[in-house]
Design a protein around this ligand. Structure first.
Ligand code: KG4
Ligand code: ZN
Length: 337
């Protein structure tokens, strides 16, 4: 069983090996969008109200009994502390009551483990694009338990850039899907020039702050001059610049490391343009692409259960004094426990 409560989604799921048996989510996103972002106290209260029923539903829909579970994995970090504590406290009591082992799952490793749920035969080494709200990195998977950072963002994460640009365009949180919706109102072409995104230089590193500033400057200049502009054009131009560099650097990393497989994870991997560009690039390069379905890219518990299964095989179990952590350094995340 996997339990996830790091942000505004209360989720529980059951996996058997790499097969997802159930995947339940209760979200407070509708309430949060009234405030333009996630309000931690609202998230914690919503988790408290939802967690018990969501876990019960996940077990029922998996078609098993509580006693059939082998272990209980829970996201212990990174995330909103109060929100995480709801999941961690529930998971401890649940595991204790069932006399099953408890597993501390790292949220970002969960995003990476999502790929395993859609490819039973996926084995390292492979190159992974991690693009979430807090992280953007190209990683080399050495083994199930160990990833190496090839490059990462020097400032904002890709998802953060989507969220900030959405706000500038007057679109609601979360930015990614709303930017995609906005783009569909235009012709989708990147007609507004955007800054070069560390394309040749920077190795596998990224920088999103210049792109975000360029969008802000463009909108403000047009508004000051009293000139009309198309939000859909701005959104499309931003999306191309933000996504193309992710695809280019991931493909370059795959070429250089000589892997045969590329995977991706994190909320931004749900982006349709990114998914299309990555699949075209992998097909052209003769590489296998393992792309979790969209709902497994954004926050969910199947990925936490999948990461729990990885840690279970590695024999990494948590004690009952497990605490939640608001932040976990990426290096610690990637090296295992
Ligand atoms: O991985 P995630 O669900 O949570 C974190 O662990 O951070 O990522 C959330 C981020 C948000 O910044 C959101 O705007 C972005 O992923 N996102 C998207 C899309 N769906 C979610 N970005 C671009 N296109 C999408 N369709
Ligand atoms: Zn996430």
């Amino acid at each position: 069983m996997g339990i996830e409560s790091s942000c505004d989604e209360t989720a529980a799921a059951v996996v058997r090996g790499r097969t997802v048996l159930s995947d339940e989510i209760a979200s407070s996103a509708d309430v949060q969008s009234l405030y333009g972002g996630v309000v931690p106290e609202i998230a914690s209260r919503a988790h408290t109200e939802a967690v018990s029923a969501v876990v019960e539903r996940a077990v029922k829909k998996a078609g098993i009994g509580y006693g059939d579970l082998d272990a209980v994995a829970v996201t212990y970090g990174a995330g909103l502390l109060g929100a995480l504590l709801v999941g961690v406290s529930f998971a401890k009591a649940f595991a204790y009551a069932l006399n099953k082992p408890l597993i501390a799952a790292d949220h970002i490793r969960g995003h990476l483990a999502a790929a395993y749920t859609c490819a039973p035969d996926l084995e390292p080494p492979f190159v992974t694009l991690l693009a979430s709200g807090g992280h953007t990195a190209v990683l080399y998977a050495e083994s199930e338990g160990k990833f190496r950072i090839l490059g990462a963002t020097l400032d904002d994460a890709a998802g953060e850039a989507f969220d900030k640009v959405a706000r500038v365009l007057g679109l609601k949180y979360p930015g990614g899907p709303n930017i995609e919706r906005c783009i569909r109102e235009g012709n989708g072409k990147p007609v507004i020039p955007m800054p070069k995104m560390l394309k040749g230089g920077g190795g596998y590193n990224f920088s999103y702050s210049g792109l975000k500033t360029a969008v802000i400057n463009y909108c403000h200049t047009m508004e000051q001059k009293g000139l009309p502009y198309s939000k859909a054009d701005v959104a499309a131009s931003f999306q191309c610049a933000a996504v193309d560099v992710l695809v280019d650097k991931t493909m370059e990393a795959a070429r250089e490391t000589g892997v045969h497989t590329v995977t991706a994870g994190g909320g931004v991997a749900a982006n349709s343009y990114l998914r299309q560009r990555l699949s075209e690039a992998c097909e052209a390069a003769g590489l296998r692409l393992v792309l979790p379905e969209k709902r497994l890219c954004t926050d969910n518990a199947a990925m936490i259960a999948a990461e729990g299964a990885v840690q279970y095989r590695l024999g990494n179990f948590a004690k009952m004094d497990l605490n939640a952590k608001a932040s976990v350094p990426l290096a610690a995340t990637l090296g295992g426990h």
